[in-house]
Write a protein of this length. Structure first.
Length: 584
C-alpha cells in the first residue's frame, strides 16, 4: 500500500471533485431523460399517504437525490401545484429513494477472484460504459441519445472519482492521526454531528454516504461509527431545502420544515435507541470494520425505519410545522411561476402550460365579452374587457421571461420544442385580447355617437360572431387538452370566417351605395371585420402549433398547407361549416 502524503491529499480532492461532478451530471441527465416519467409519477399524486410516499421514492430513485426532490417539492408547494399534506408524504418517500445510490456505490467493495464476480466490479464495467456513453453523447444532437450518453458518462466519472478516492485513502490506515480521529466518532453524538456537517457542506446525502463508503475502504471505520454518521447525514441534507425555501410562501417554508422535522425526529429517536442498546448490549458486529455494502444496508434500514415510524404521524408533522410557521394577517399568495421549478424543466413547463391555459381562457372570454357589446353596450363589461387584456399582457410578460430563462438551461429536445411552442402560442393569445379591446372600442364609439348598424348588418354580424365563438372554444380546447381533433377543425372554420368577412364587406359596400349605411358607420364596420378576421388567424396559428408539435417539426405554414392539401376531410369540414354559418 502506498504512503499517505500531500500528493495523496491532492489525489483525494481530485477524486472527490470527479465524484461530485459525475453525480451532478448523471442526476441532471436522468431528470431530462425521465422527464415524462416524472410528470406521470407526480400526475398520479393523491392525498393517499402511501401513493405520495411511493411517488417520492420513485422520483428520488430516478434523479438520485433526495435534496433535489425536496427542493422540487418546495417549488411545487410554492406554486400551488401540490398541497402541504401531499408534500409530507412525498418527502418521506424521498428519504427511502435516496438509498438507491448507496447500493450502486457498494459495488466498489466487491472482492473476489471469480471472473463473473469481477465483471460486477465498477472498475471492470465502468470503462465500457464510458465508451458507450461517449459514442451516444457524440452521436446525439441534444435529444434522448445525448442524455443517455450523459447518464453513462456521469456514472463512469462518478465511479472513477470514487476509485481515485479509494486509492488515495488506502494509505490512511497506517496514519496514526487518522486512526485517532476516527476514535472520536465512537461517540454517537459526535458521529452524527460530523455526518450532518459534511452533508450540509456538499448538500447531498448520497454524495456524503459515498464518501463514507470510500473511507471505509481504509479499514478504520467500524459499523458502530458509521451508523451515527449516516443518521447525521440525513439532517445535513435538509440544508438544501431550507435554503430553497427562503423567500417562498408560508406553505413552501412549511414543506422545507417538514423535511427538517422528519429527519431530526427520526434521527433523535433512533440515535437515542442506538446509544442505549450499544451501552447495555454487546453486539460484536458493531466493532467490525464497515464496508461499502454494510454502509448501504445501514443507510437503507435507517431510512426505512424512520419512514415506517413517522408515516402514521404525518398529521402530527403537519400540525407541528403549522405552529412553527403560523398563518399571519397578510394573505399567503401563490407565486405564478416559481424560479425553483427551473431546476425541474418538465414541471416548469407543466406549470407554464397551466398558466398559459389561464391566459387562453382570459383572452377568449375577453373577445366574447367584446362581441357581446356590439348588441348592447355596457360600460362595466367594457371595463372587464380592458382588465382581461391587461391580465393577458401580464401573462405574456411573465411567461415569456420565464420560458426564455428555461430555454437557456440544458433541456431535452422535447422540452425545448414545448417551450418554443408555448412562446409562439402566448403571443397569439395576447393578440386576441388586443383585438378584443379593438372590438369593444368599436362598440363604445358607436354607443357614444348614437350610431347603429342596419338590421341586415346585425343579422350578418350575428353569423360571424357565432362562428368566432366556436373557433375560440375549439382553439382553447385544442391547446388546453392537446386535442388534435379540435385543432384539425380550426383551419377549415378559419377559412369560412375569411369567406364570411369578404361577403360582409361586399354587402356593406352595396348598402353604402344604396344609402342605407353612413360612411362613419362603414369605417367602424371595416375595422370590426378586420379585428375579428385577424383573431381567427391567430386561432389558426395556435392550432398549427398544436398540430406541428405532434408531427415533430416547427413549421406552422407547412402544417396548415398539408392540412388543406389532404384528402377530402378538409373539404368536407369546410363545406359543413359553410352550411352551418350560411348568410342566406
Amino acid at each position: 500500500m502506498g504512503e499517505f502524503n500531500v500528493f495523496s491529499v491532492l489525489e483525494l480532492i481530485g477524486g472527490l471533485a470527479l465524484f461530485l461532478f459525475g453525480m451532478n451530471v448523471m442526476g441532471q441527465a436522468l431528470e431530462r431523460r425521465a422527464g415524462g416519467a416524472l410528470r406521470d409519477l407526480l400526475g398520479r399524486l393523491t392525498t393517499n399517504r402511501w401513493a405520495g410516499l411511493l411517488t417520492g421514492l420513485g422520483v428520488t430513485a430516478i434523479i438520485q437525490s433526495s435534496s433535489a426532490t425536496t427542493v422540487m417539492v418546495v417549488g411545487f408547494v410554492n406554486s400551488g401545484i401540490m398541497t402541504l399534506r401531499q408534500s409530507i408524504n412525498v418527502i418521506m418517500g424521498a428519504n427511502v429513494g435516496t438509498t438507491v445510490t448507496a447500493w450502486i456505490l457498494s459495488l466498489s467493495g466487491i472482492s473476489s477472484d471469480n471472473f463473473v464476480v469481477q465483471l460486477f466490479k465498477p472498475s471492470s464495467f465502468t470503462p465500457i460504459l464510458a465508451v458507450i456513453g461517449l459514442l451516444y453523447f457524440l452521436s446525439g444532437e441534444g435529444g434522448k441519445k445525448r442524455d443517455t450518453g450523459s447518464i453513462l458518462l456521469g456514472f463512469a466519472t462518478l465511479m472513477y472519482g470514487m476509485d481515485i478516492m479509494s486509492g488515495a485513502v488506502s494509505g490512511l490506515k497506517d496514519v496514526e492521526g487518522f486512526r485517532q480521529m476516527f476514535t472520536v466518532f465512537s461517540n454517537p453524538l459526535l458521529g452524527a454531528l460530523a455526518g450532518a456537517v459534511l452533508t450540509g457542506i456538499i448538500q447531498s446525502s448520497s454524495a456524503s454516504v459515498g464518501i463514507l463508503q470510500t473511507l471505509s475502504l481504509a479499514g478504520q471505520v467500524t459499523n458502530g461509527m458509521a451508523i451515527p454518521i449516516i443518521m447525521g447525514q440525513n439532517i445535513g441534507t435538509c440544508i438544501t431545502a431550507l435554503l430553497s425555501s427562503v423567500g417562498a410562501n408560508k406553505n413552501a417554508r412549511r414543506a422545507a420544515l417538514v423535511h427538517l422535522s422528519f429527519n431530526v425526529i427520526g434521527t433523535s429517536v433512533l440515535l437515542a435507541a442506538f446509544t442505549v442498546v450499544k451501552s447495555f448490549v454487546h453486539i460484536p458486529w458493531l466493532g467490525e470494520v464497515a464496508s461499502p455494502l454494510t454502509i448501504a444496508i445501514a443507510h437503507s434500514v435507517f431510512n426505512v425505519l424512520c419512514t415506517l415510524m413517522l408515516v402514521p404521524l404525518s398529521g402530527v408533522l403537519e400540525k407541528l410545522v403549522m405552529r412553527l410557521v403560523p398563518d399571519g394577517k397578510d394573505p399567503d399568495t401563490v407565486e405564478e411561476l416559481d424560479e425553483r421549478l427551473l431546476a425541474t424543466p418538465v414541471m416548469a413547463l407543466q406549470r407554464c402550460h397551466t398558466i398559459a391555459c389561464d391566459m387562453a381562457h382570459v383572452s377568449a372570454l375577453a373577445l366574447k365579452e367584446a362581441m357581446g357589446l356590439l348588441y348592447g353596450f355596457d360600460s362595466a363589461v367594457m371595463a372587464k374587457v380592458k382588465e382581461k387584456e391587461d391580465k393577458s399582457d401580464h401573462y405574456e410578460d411573465i411567461l415569456g421571461t420565464y420560458l426564455v430563462k428555461l430555454s437557456t438551461r440544458r433541456i431535452s429536445g422535447e422540452n425545448s420544442a414545448e417551450a418554443a411552442k408555448l412562446l409562439k402560442i402566448i403571443g397569439d393569445f395576447e393578440r386576441i385580447s388586443d383585438h378584443a379591446v379593438e372590438v369593444a372600442a368599436a362598440a363604445e364609439e358607436m354607443h357614444a355617437k348614437k350610431q347603429s348598424f342596419t338590421p341586415e348588418a346585425i343579422e350578418e354580424l350575428k353569423v360571424l360572431t357565432s362562428a368566432m365563438e366556436e373557433i375560440l372554444d375549439r382553439t382553447v380546447t385544442a391547446f388546453e387538452s392537446n386535442d388534435l381533433a379540435a385543432a384539425v377543425e380550426i383551419e377549415p372554420l378559419e377559412q369560412v370566417i375569411d369567406s364570411i368577412k369578404d361577403t360582409l364587406r361586399t354587402r356593406h359596400i352595396a348598402r353604402l351605395q344604396q344609402g342605407k349605411c353612413t360612411i362613419d358607420v362603414g369605417f367602424v364596420w371595416t375595422d370590426l371585420l378586420a379585428a375579428l378576421e385577424r383573431s381567427s388567424d391567430h386561432c389558426s396559428n395556435i392550432a398549427g402549433c398544436v398540430l406541428e408539435i405532434s408531427q415533430n417539426h416547427m413549421n406552422i405554414h407547412e402544417t396548415l398547407r398539408a392540412a388543406k392539401k389532404g384528402d377530402g376531410e378538409f373539404k368536407d369540414m369546410y363545406e359543413s361549416y359553410m352550411s352551418k354559418y350560411s348568410l342566406e
